[in-house]
Write a protein that binds this ligand. Structure first.
Ligand SMILES: [Zn+2]
Length: 230
């Protein structure tokens, strides 16, 4: 049956071709060849695009979970009013340089519903505790995972603060410091987790503004700041 249809079509085409002049026949053959080449081109392009999609689907997913795993072991102890490493904050995290700091370029907004944010709960506050330097994001995200893993609630008491309670040299002025407390977890344990999470400088502080853990970071994060952009 298909053979009969093909034969019919061929017969029709031959009859049609016979009715054209020789020049018209060549033009028709040229047009037909161009059409065949176009169709082949479309088919080949689609196939290669499909193959790319398949390749992308088989590519391994980004190692997001690895980035959120602790980067250091927890220290055995973390005494109150001590810091790690045992050097001054400016030597470790880098002193403040407001001349090179740009809030619009350097600060990012971080949110996580498992965290208690002080500025969300104190409506008299003018600062925003979600606002911090982008280098802060990855260690903070690790810490959030670790604190949640201990069935506790992390509390961000202070983050970027361009003016107010902190000293003139405070890294809070660049958003490179956080003040943290925790529900259902002692502050010593929180300080240990902060160290494991990869903050560059961790200070279990009881002198200024009530006991809390102050953490700070260098401007450039060493381990995967690409997560920070998400
Ligand atoms: Zn602080």
């Amino acid at each position: 049956m298909p053979f009969a249809i093909m034969a019919g079509i061929m017969k029709f085409l031959k009859k049609a071709m016979d009715s054209f002049t020789r020049e018209a026949q060549w033009i028709l053959i040229g047009l037909a060849s161009a059409a065949v080449i176009c169709v082949l081109g479309v088919i080949l392009t689609t196939c290669s695009r499909d193959r790319h999609v398949e390749e992308d689907e088989t590519a391994p997913p980004p190692p997001e979970e690895d980035l959120l795993a602790p980067v250091r072991p927890e220290p055995d102890q973390f005494r109150v009013n001590t810091y790690m490493p045992n050097r001054r904050e400016g030597e470790t995290s880098g002193s403040i340089e407001l001349g090179t700091f740009s809030p619009g370029r350097d600060l990012v907004y971080v949110d996580d519903e498992r965290v208690w944010w002080e500025s969300d709960n104190d409506k008299g506050d003018t600062e925003d505790d979600h606002s911090m330097h982008q280098a802060m994001v990855l260690p903070l995200r690790r810490l959030i995972e670790m604190v949640a893993g201990n069935s506790a609630t992390l509390k961000v008491q202070d983050a970027y603060r361009p003016s107010g309670v902190h000293s003139r040299r405070s890294l809070h002025l660049e958003g490179r410091a956080l003040d943290l407390t925790c529900d259902d977890l002692g502050l010593e344990k929180l300080a240990k987790l902060c160290w494991a999470a990869g903050f560059d400088w961790v200070y279990y502080e009881s002198k200024a503004g009530g006991p809390h853990v102050h953490v700070s970071v260098q401007r450039t994060q060493k381990n995967g700041s690409s997560v920070a952009a998400k």
